[in-house]
Design a protein around this ligand. Structure first.
Ligand code: UTP
Length: 483
């Protein structure tokens, strides 16, 4: 489209459309802007789906959509971590072999969602740059890159890595990757692409918040925005060109995630009750009130219901053996079929629902241009969640994993899911792997390792790899060690 000529008055078509939908304030400061700022504001407004705004405001900003609990909600079945479990026995060896076959045939790529704003952590920069290695303090991106590199070496195949950023952190992510030489990965094997954004709305009025006189405040459209972004960015086309059929999906803040898990990939691809469209990993919830979304089955479809939406009396229900009935907590690790993602992204009838979050967002008063620093939530942010694609699958399986093995998220600056808890979990996992090959790790009376440990992905991607490594026989109290 040819650029709109930048005139003293805002373009009439846009100005009148904004007025019609109650968003006329967007051009309040237009006349005071310079040429460049005007052009940038016009381009931003043209990039927003203005026709969708009134409905969003009515349904999600002025009202809080309620959650209708499906009447037949029950816990989703899952493949237990112990494949010999009497609850459900399955063939781990066959799943592992199938997964490795796909990896070795170059059919598997990694996909990281890294477009979030990371407001809880309060880190200045993309979260993937956060120094998370327990000992080395290597950044999260490096922790994943090194695993991908190790898988590439093992399979003799390029394992492409797709990273979804947002317009707010895309340039910083690319600059970081360049600065670090893509952590040894081939530049051609890594594709970073930004997700979409949505306007952030004033909670009281439903008007789009103004970030500066020449900019509407926006927020990334949620990890669910990945479905559209994978398609629009050309990532899906790139996957098809490379013969990729299967995406290993994980979040940027989970330091111990297995970026590729052959067993999980194999189950997704070949379990009799899997459609190979989208599968999920779960961990057993530690206690009923734990804030994890829950895998449920509703009318035969697998769904994640947020902990805040599932009534607490259901979350507290127990089986006769004392275990929680709704046990399967989501850790946002999935395997997705490329065809499935493409189908969703190109189907005009498909859209993921929005979720509403109330946030405190600094902005400017459109009339006066004065800066507003709110003291309480003033903004409604709308996001899509990727797990809402699960019920769109013909069938979708859930696989149990272990918290210590692969769930060490960094969400908060301190306390739960923080850099500290992440370091402890990395150490605990390393100690466990070392014990499995006969290395003794000093522990205190509470059973916690009295050291800090980190396993280099070049040494081991799974415990069995340690059998070939040169290891100490004992790790003493106070040690800080990279294995
Ligand atoms: P979170 O829900 O933890 O959100 O994202 P966040 O934005 O990173 O952090 P807070 O809530 O502001 O503190 C979970 C994962 O989804 C990605 C994040 O980067 C993280 O990997 N994500 C989230 C996106 O890629 N895009 C989004 O719009 C939101």
């Amino acid at each position: 489209m040819p650029a709109t000529p930048v005139t003293v008055a805002p373009p009439a078509d846009l100005a009148s459309r904004l007025m019609q939908i109650g968003q006329g304030h967007v051009f309040a400061a237009y006349e005071r802007l310079n040429q460049e700022e005007r052009a940038s504001l016009i381009a931003q407004v043209r990039g927003i789906d203005l026709d969708a705004v009134p409905e969003l405001v009515e349904s999600y900003v002025k009202r809080k959509p309620g959650f209708a609990l499906p009447p037949d909600v029950r816990p989703a079945p899952y493949y237990p971590n112990d494949s010999k479990s009497p609850v459900r026995a399955w063939d781990r060896g066959a799943a592992d072999a199938k997964g490795r076959e796909l990896i070795n045939a170059g059919r598997v790529a990694c996909f990281t969602v890294a477009g979030g704003q990371g407001t809880r952590l309060g880190y200045d920069g993309p979260k993937g740059c956060y120094p998370a290695g327990a000992v080395t303090r290597k950044p999260l991106f490096q922790m994943f890159a090194e695993q991908i590199l190790a898988w590439s070496k093992r399979s003799g195949r390029i394992v492409p890595w797709y990273i979804m950023t947002s317009p707010l952190n895309h340039d910083a992510t690319i600059a970081f990757m360049n600065e670090h030489g893509y952590f040894g990965l081939s530049r051609e094997a890594v594709m970073c692409f930004p997700q979409g954004v949505l306007p952030s709305f004033d909670m009281a009025t439903g008007r789009m918040l103004i970030a500066s006189p020449s900019e509407i405040a926006t927020n990334p459209d949620g990890h669910g925005g990945s479905i559209t972004a994978l398609h629009k960015s050309g990532a899906i086309a790139d996957m098809k060109r490379r013969g990729i059929t299967t995406l290993s999906y994980f979040q940027v803040d989970n330091a111990t995630v297995r970026v590729i898990d052959p067993v999980f990939i194999g189950l997704h691809a070949s379990a009799p009750d899997s459609s190979a469209e989208m599968s999920s990993k779960m961990i057993p919830k530690a206690y009923a009130e734990e804030k994890l979304g829950l895998f449920c089955s509703c009318s035969g479809r697998t769904e994640v219901i947020e902990y805040s939406d599932l009534p607490m009396e259901l979350q507290r229900e127990r089986e006769p053996d004392g275990s929680l009935r709704f046990l399967a907590g989501s850790i946002a690790v999935h395997v997705m079929g490329v065809e499935f993602v493409e189908r969703l992204a190109t189907d005009a009838k498909f859209s993921l629902p929005f979720h509403r979050a109330e946030k405190k967002v600094a902005c400017v008063d459109p009339a006066t241009g004065a800066r507003v620093e709110p003291t309480m939530a003033n903004c409604v942010k709308l996001e899509r969640f990727v797990f809402d694609a699960l019920p769109m699958c013909r069938a979708s399986i859930v696989y149990e994993t272990d918290r210590v093995e692969e769930f060490a998220p960094i969400k908060n600056a301190s306390g739960t899911d923080s850099p500290d808890s992440c370091t402890k979990l990395q150490t605990e996992r390393a100690a466990r792997w070392l014990k499995s090959v006969g290395v003794d790790v000093a522990r205190n009376e509470a059973g916690e390792p009295e050291c800090v440990l980190e396993i280099d992905p070049a040494t081991a991607l799974e415990p069995a790899d340690l059998k070939n490594a040169k290891l100490p026989t004992k790790i003493e109290r106070g040690a800080k060690l990279v294995i």
